[in-house]
Design a protein around this ligand. Structure first.
Ligand code: ZN
Length: 447
C-alpha cells in the first residue's frame, strides 16, 4: 500500500512515523508478566500517558498495586447523547527467552521494514496505533462523534486483577456511557489458501473453566495391596476428561463464521439441516477451519499433575489441573459432564472461572468495523469469529460493554499471525502498522 495521503484518508505522515516509533519504543520497555504479580507496567504506562498529555488528552494513572499501572483517558465527542466507545489495549507481554530469538525480544529493532520484538502483535502494535491516531486528531483539531475512552491496562496476561478487573471493580465511573469496546485479536489478515484473504473480527470469546481435581485415598507402602490408591483414581479421571469428545454446540457467532467461510469456498451450508455434519464441513474449509474448530464445542485439556514423593510410598492424595473452556451457553453442560467424568472418587472445583462472551454480528458497530477493513483492503473478506480463549473484554463486559476483537493489520502471505502470537520472533511489518492506523482512524471517525 502506498503511503500517500489524500485518497487513503486524512492520516498524516507524522502518524505513520509515530506508530512505528511507538511500537518499537513500547517493545523496548520490558513489561514481561510472569504471573503471580511479577510484572511492572509503570514505565510503559508513563510512556503512553506522556504522549497522550502532550496531545492535550488528559490521562489518569491508576494502580491497585504499586508499579502495576493502568492509564485511562476520555476524548469528549461532539454528540453528548451518543454512547461512548471504549478502545483498550494491554501493556504487559508474555515472557520471551532471548536465546530462542533471531533478534533480542526487547530490542524493538526495525529491520527491512519489520518491527521485531515481544508485543509486536500482542499487543503493543495496537497500543501504538491508538496513540498515533488520537495524536493525529489533536494536530488536526478533529473531534469524534462519540466519546472515546482509551484504556491501557496492566496484567492482561495473568489474572487481570491489577488491570481491567481492578478498573471494572473500582473505577467504573471512568467508563460511564461506554456500550461497546474494541481491542485485540481480530481484523488481521488470515491467509486461507488459494489467494483468499480473510479478516476475522472477534465477536465473542469462550469462557474459562480452570479446574482443580483432587483424589483422596489411603496412604501406604508401595508393595501392599491398596484399593484406595489416589493416583490411580486421579489418573483414570484425568484420562476420561482429556479424551472426552465434547458434542458440537454452534453459537450464533460461530454459525455466522462457518456459513460465511463456507460461502467463500463456494459451499452452501445449512447448519440447521437435521443431521448436518459440521466436522465434515470443517474438513472442506482448508486452513480457515482453524478459525472455528476450537470454538464449536467446549474443551477440557489436562495440563498439570501432582502426586507422591517416593516410588515405594502410595500418597494419600493427588491433584490435577484441567484447562477447560466453554462456548457461550455451554456452562451447565460443562459442569454436569465434569461431575460425571470425575466420578465418585475424585472431587473437583473451579480454580478460575470466566463467563463466555458473545457480541452481535448484525449490529451497526460490526457493520462499521467490516466497512473500515473493506475500504482499505477491497480484496479482503471480513468474517466474524469467536476467540478460543479470553481477553480483557471479559472484565469490561461486567460494565455492560460489548467487546469486539479489532486490531487491524494487513499481513503479507507467509505471515502467520496466530503463530507469532506469544511465539518466537514476534514481529510486525511497518506496512501492516500503517494499514492499521488508517483503518482505525477511519473506523473511530465513523463510529
Ligand atoms: Zn493480548
Amino acid at each position: 500500500m502506498a503511503d500517500a495521503p489524500g485518497p487513503l484518508g486524512p492520516v498524516d505522515e507524522q502518524a505513520l512515523d509515530e506508530v512505528v516509533t511507538f511500537t518499537s519504543g513500547l517493545i523496548r520497555i520490558d513489561t514481561t508478566n510472569r504471573g503471580g504479580g511479577d510484572c511492572r507496567e509503570r514505565p510503559a504506562a508513563e510512556y503512553v500517558a506522556e504522549r497522550l498529555a502532550a496531545a492535550g488528552i488528559e490521562p489518569t494513572l491508576l494502580e491497585r498495586t504499586p508499579g502495576r499501572t493502568n492509564v485511562v483517558a476520555r476524548i469528549p465527542g461532539t454528540d453528548p447523547s451518543a454512547d461512548a466507545l471504549l478502545v483498550h489495549g494491554h501493556l504487559d507481554v508474555v515472557p520471551a527467552e532471548p536465546s530462542d530469538w533471531s533478534v533480542h525480544p526487547f530490542s524493538g529493532e526495525v529491520r527491512d521494514g519489520v518491527v521485531w520484538g515481544r508485543g509486536a502483535v500482542d499487543m503493543k502494535n495496537m497500543d501504538a496505533m491508538v496513540l498515533a491516531v488520537v495524536r493525529g486528531w489533536a494536530r488536526e483539531g478533529f473531534r469524534p462523534r462519540r466519546d472515546i475512552v482509551i484504556a491501557y491496562t496492566a496484567d492482561e496476561e495473568a489474572s487481570a486483577e491489577d488491570g481491567s478487573g481492578f478498573l471494572a471493580d473500582r473505577h467504573a465511573e471512568l467508563f460511564e456511557g461506554c456500550t461497546e469496546g474494541i481491542s485485540e485479536s481480530g481484523a488481521f489478515t488470515f491467509h486461507a489458501g488459494h489467494g483468499l484473504s480473510l479478516y476475522p473480527i472477534a465477536a465473542g470469546e469462550r469462557g474459562t473453566g480452570w479446574l482443580k481435581l483432587t483424589a483422596e485415598g489411603r496412604a501406604g507402602h508401595g508393595s501392599k495391596v491398596n484399593r484406595a490408591n489416589a493416583v490411580s483414581a486421579l489418573a483414570a479421571a484425568v484420562a476420561r476428561i482429556g479424551e472426552h469428545e465434547w458434542p458440537i454446540r454452534i453459537t450464533p457467532t460461530v454459525r455466522a463464521a462457518i456459513t460465511e467461510i463456507a460461502a467463500l469456498h463456494g459451499i452452501t451450508a445449512d447448519l440447521d439441516e437435521p443431521g448436518f455434519d459440521v466436522a465434515q464441513l470443517l474438513g472442506k474449509l482448508g486452513p480457515a477451519a482453524a478459525l472455528v474448530e476450537n470454538t464449536v464445542r467446549n474443551s477440557s485439556n489436562p495440563t498439570m499433575l501432582e502426586a507422591g514423593y517416593k516410588v515405594n510410598v502410595i500418597p494419600g492424595h493427588a491433584t490435577a489441573y484441567i484447562d477447560g473452556r466453554t462456548v457461550p451457553g455451554g456452562e451447565d453442560e460443562f459442569r454436569e459432564t465434569l461431575d460425571r467424568l470425575t466420578g465418585p472418587d475424585v472431587s473437583w472445583e473451579y480454580d478460575h472461572r470466566e463467563i463466555a462472551l458473545q457480541a452481535p454480528v448484525d449490529s451497526p458497530t460490526y457493520a462499521k468495523l467490516r466497512a473500515a477493513i473493506e475500504k482499505f483492503d477491497p480484496d479482503g473478506h471480513t468474517v466474524p469469529y469467536c476467540m478460543s480463549g479470553g481477553t480483557d473484554a471479559k472484565q469490561f463486559s461486567r460494565l455492560g460493554i460489548t467487546g469486539y476483537g479489532f486490531s487491524p493489520l494487513k499481513l503479507p502471505p507467509g505471515f502467520d499471525y496466530q503463530a507469532l502470537f506469544h511465539g518466537v520472533d514476534e514481529r510486525v511489518p511497518v506496512d501492516a502498522l500503517h494499514f492499521g492506523v488508517r483503518v482505525l482512524d477511519h473506523y473511530l471517525r465513523t463510529a
